[in-house]
Write a protein that binds this ligand. Structure first.
Ligand code: GDP
Length: 461
């Protein structure tokens, strides 16, 4: 492993009370020492803080505090120094320039964490969790990322993997004694272990739906005829929210999404651009456009005016949009304008025509009636996903794919046993399963995967 000394700004690039620069590598102390004449750094104990001036030759750059972490008790397990300076981006730049003059080089994205992984301080899923902790925007995503950081998924997987590994050893031993036709590995016990692994893998894979909702938010499409009250509802939903409008990159037209937080979970209101415009534009929302919006949604909130006489167009539209994995909430709105006996009948009209399960809510967006019920319905979607959750939640696409591959491999092992296929093939399938399980923690990995993971980190992490 290359332990050359790297440096980077660890705090955000902007003005702050303080900024922190990290230095890590074999020569971390001597590189910093060249600019910190006040004390002999090599003589200092680990985990100590030192006050002094950071110099570029004769010139004082800033008054700083150094924190020293000696190998192996540092984030990277290498000698490391953190330099806290007055948070001016210019000072940060001068310090980094000086450090590179002193012999350090600028770190690449994620390089500190990569070193922590390569030096065995954390496994791959923990490294990924660090990126997730940094990116977490709400309570739910923070909690899941922290549990992952503490080793969540790896602990679950590595126990199973160790058991499986024992079997692989026994089966391979059988191969060594092939001519004697002996069975060291108890097939019944192996089958039992495999079904235990299958159950675990299933539940981890299932938790991804919840994990995804936590990490990326739940996508909600609000659809309805012109004047149904969509933009009024949107405003009512976002009333207490500081609306966050984001342009999602990678889409051909700019999609505006606004984010609503309910009970610590994020809901992305898909393509609200049209809703934010005034309702003057009485251009009917075509089925094609509605389909596009609903395509990526988890929940469809279909809005209709409770005072409508004939709901057949609405029903037709809903039918054309429905999918098995789409939660449907039908909202009859403007109930402040119609009598209860009238809007109370609306639900039956829809129930008679739509066979798929749906929730029905009557609201008034103008008078803020039952908006909370709608929020509760949205929230219950996520809660329900959580209900099938085990303690560990998968939030990472890479883990999800590795788990699926592991499960396929386990199925193949099972088949191999059932059909009493040759021991060679059984051993091959078992090794395959082990390999996919090992991909998650990084026990089995390749440079391309690593490059892909760490390049997504910020510099300085
Ligand atoms: P959109 O075309 O679906 O976005 O509909 P808008 O939200 O622009 O609403 C159309 C009209 O219905 C506007 O004049 C709103 O003020 C009115 N409206 C919307 N929701 C309600 C409601 O709950 N009660 C009443 N009385 N009027 C509403």
């Amino acid at each position: 492993m290359n332990n050359d000394t790297i440096c980077a700004l660890a705090t955000a690039n902007g003005v702050g009370a303080l900024g922190i620069i990290r230095v890590s590598g074999n020569d971390a102390l001597s590189v910093v020492q060249k600019s910190f004449p006040g004390k002999k750094l090599a003589k200092q104990k680990s985990h100590t803080i030192h006050y002094g001036y950071f110099m570029d030759g004769e010139e004082t750059i800033d008054e700083v505090m150094l924190s020293i972490f000696l190998a192996p008790k540092s984030f990277t397990t290498e000698n490391s120094v953190e330099i806290a300076f007055h948070g001016s981006p210019h000072i940060g730049k001068r310090i980094l320039e000086t450090l590179t003059k002193n012999g350090a080089r600028m770190a690449k994205a994620g390089e500190f964490t990569l070193r922590a992984f390569i030096n065995g301080r954390i496994d791959l899923s923990q490294a990924e969790a660090i990126a997730d902790v940094i990116a977490s925007e709400n309570e739910a995503s923070r909690k899941v990322a922290i549990s992952q950081l503490k080793g969540g998924i790896t602990n679950e997987i590595s126990l199973l993997r160790t058991d499986l590994l024992n079997f692989v050893s026994l089966i391979e031993l059988e191969l060594d004694f092939a001519e004697e036709d002996v069975e060291f590995a108890d097939r019944t016990a192996l089958t039992q272990l495999l079904s235990k692994i299958e159950i675990k893998l299933h539940s981890l894979i299932e938790s991804f739906q919840y994990g995804n909702a936590i990490k990326n938010g739940t996508a909600v499409a609000i659809i309805g005829k012109p004047n149904a009250g969509k933009s009024t509802l949107l405003n009512a939903l976002l009333k207490e929210e500081r609306a966050i409008v984001s342009n999602i990159a990678g889409t051909t037209r700019d999609t505006i999404e606004e984010i609503l937080h309910i009970k610590g979970h994020a809901f992305r209101l898909i393509d609200t651009a049209g809703l934010r415009e005034t309702a003057d534009e009485i251009e009917a929302i075509g089925v094609k456009k509605a389909k596009e919006k609903v395509e990526n949604a988890n929940i469809l909130v279909y809005l209709t005016d409770a005072g409508t006489k004939d709901f057949s167009e609405d029903i037709e539209m809903i039918k054309s949009l429905l999918r098995d994995d789409l939660k449907l909430i039908i909202c009859a709105t403007k109930i402040d304008e119609v009598m209860p006996h009238q809007y109370e009948k609306v639900e039956d009209v829809f129930r008679n025509e739509i066979t798929q399960e749906f929730d029905f809510i009557t609201i008034s967006a103008v008078e803020n009636q039952n908006i909370q019920d709608l929020k509760n319905e949205l929230s219950s979607y996520v809660e329900q996903l959580k209900a099938s959750e085990n303690n560990v939640v998968i939030t990472n696409q890479r883990h999800f794919e590795a788990l699926q591959k592991s499960l396929n491999a386990v199925h193949k092992v099972n088949e191999a046993i059932t059909f009493q296929i040759s021991t060679e093939l059984l051993a091959y399938e078992l090794r395959n399963a082990l390999e996919h399980l090992g991909e998650i923690s990084g026990e089995v990995t390749n440079d391309e995967v690593l490059g892909n993971i760490f390049s997504k980190f910020c510099i300085g992490k």
